[in-house]
Design a protein around this ligand. Structure first.
Ligand code: SF4
Ligand code: SF4
Length: 120
């Protein structure tokens, strides 16, 4: 019994680590992976459909300065996001999409609230 345990421990000790040297090393993503949102502020028509359909209420329409004046545009709280892509599917101008970008780590949870200008 003891020999079996020692043998198992030795086998595990020589295996390569399962963890990655994050952030330098990252996992390969599957084709249908959904990451941080991207917003085209030029084509957003401020309809608010994305905010209304979001099942987790993570989208707020906030005042945003544009070349054409102040418009309401989506601000996304990534901390609460399910990455379901309902907001992408409902967007009539296809200006809000989910990318494969996973680089939204943060030390402060408030940094996970992305204003429209951050979703580029
Ligand atoms: S992906 Fe889903 S949960 Fe995330 S903001 Fe869009 S609708 Fe909401
Ligand atoms: S991102 Fe799309 S769904 Fe959301 S307010 Fe803009 S146009 Fe409407």
């Amino acid at each position: 019994m003891i020999l079996k345990s020692i043998s198992k421990t030795a086998r595990e000790a020589i295996k390569p680590p399962f963890t990655l040297e994050f952030p330098e090393e990252r996992e390969d993503l599957v084709d249908n992976y959904r990451g941080i949102h991207k917003l085209d502020m030029q084509t957003c028509i401020s309809c608010g459909a994305c905010a209304r359909i979001c099942p987790n209420q993570c989208i707020d329409m906030v005042d945003t300065f544009t070349e054409k004046g102040v418009k309401k545009m989506p601000q996304v709280n990534l901390e609460r996001c399910l990455f379901c892509a309902d907001c992408e599917e409902v967007c009539p101008t296809h200006c809000l999409i989910l990318t494969k970008d996973t680089s939204f780590e943060a030390f402060d949870r408030r940094d996970l609230i992305k204003r429209p200008e951050d979703l580029k």
